[in-house]
Design a protein around this ligand. Structure first.
Ligand SMILES: Cc1cc2nc3c(=O)[nH]c(=O)nc-3n(C[C@H](O)[C@H](O)[C@H](O)COP(=O)(O)O)c2cc1C
Length: 215
């Protein structure tokens, strides 16, 4: 990965609609996304991969009135992923996580698994009843998956554009997402840049001395 190139470029806004991500590259990226970590291994996500013109059109048409300028980005992208997060965390989800961890042999020692499950429940109770930020906390995990997937895309030579410009209620409705217990957190458009619309102005960020404190 060319980090110098990555840190000196604008995010791609405009994609070349004639270019598609090869299937093998897409599958590698999705394997990476599947394996991104989350706190307590909560795995509170479901991902909708829009690979067809119909899928992308449905999303582009349901971004909400004020976000129409993002439609073109989605329509011209090769693929767009809707990253959704559980709206709450029912026991059935936690049971499914623990069952899978046992099946995968995450902790060969059963006593360690018991302890892990106890500690996880304790931590999640704190989020639910202490900090009262369960959905917000789960969405933070989603953003970490987003960031890691953007880096993985760069490694694979694919441009990745995160999009917060959409109305979650509208997107949830269009894809019947709330019915599954999830809600839309963020979008990720993927593809190859339209060379005619690449920004060439300088990148604008605060200077390092405003950002870093060395102690
Ligand atoms: C999480 C996230 C969401 C974003 N959502 C949008 C969006 O919906 N529409 C858009 O045009 N740009 C979006 N952007 C692009 C940012 O506005 C852009 O990265 C920022 O202004 C810095 O510009 P640069 O990447 O060209 O340096 C988003 C960026 C991030 C990191």
């Amino acid at each position: 990965m060319d980090l110098d190139k990555l840190m000196n470029k604008h995010l791609t806004r405009y994609f070349d609609a004639s270019k598609s991500i090869p299937e093998e590259t897409l599958q590698q990226l999705l394997r990476f996304l599947r394996l991104t970590p989350s706190s307590t291994n909560v795995q509170a996500n479901h991902f909708y991969v829009l690979a067809t013109p119909e899928g992308k059109e449905r999303l582009a048409a349901n971004l909400g009135e004020r976000f129409q300028d993002n439609s073109e980005k989605i329509l011209n992208a090769s693929h767009t992923i809707i990253l959704t997060t559980r709206a709450d965390l029912p026991d059935s989800h936690l049971d499914a996580v623990f069952t899978k961890e046992r099946a995968d042999g995450r902790f060969p020692d059963p006593a360690k698994h018991e302890l892990w499950e106890f500690m996880t429940r304790d931590f999640l109770n704190l989020r639910n009843y202490g900090y009262k930020d369960m959905n917000h906390w789960m969405e933070k995990q989603t953003y970490m998956a987003l960031g890691m997937t953007m880096m993985a895309a760069a490694e694979l030579g694919v441009e990745a554009m995160p999009l917060e410009g959409f109305d979650p209620t509208s997107v949830d409705k269009a894809f019947k997402i709330r019915e599954t217990g999830h809600t839309t957190t963020v979008l990720l458009a993927l593809g190859y840049p339209d060379p005619a619309k690449v920004y060439t102005t300088p990148i604008s960020r605060f200077e390092a001395d405003q950002l870093f404190t060395f102690v």
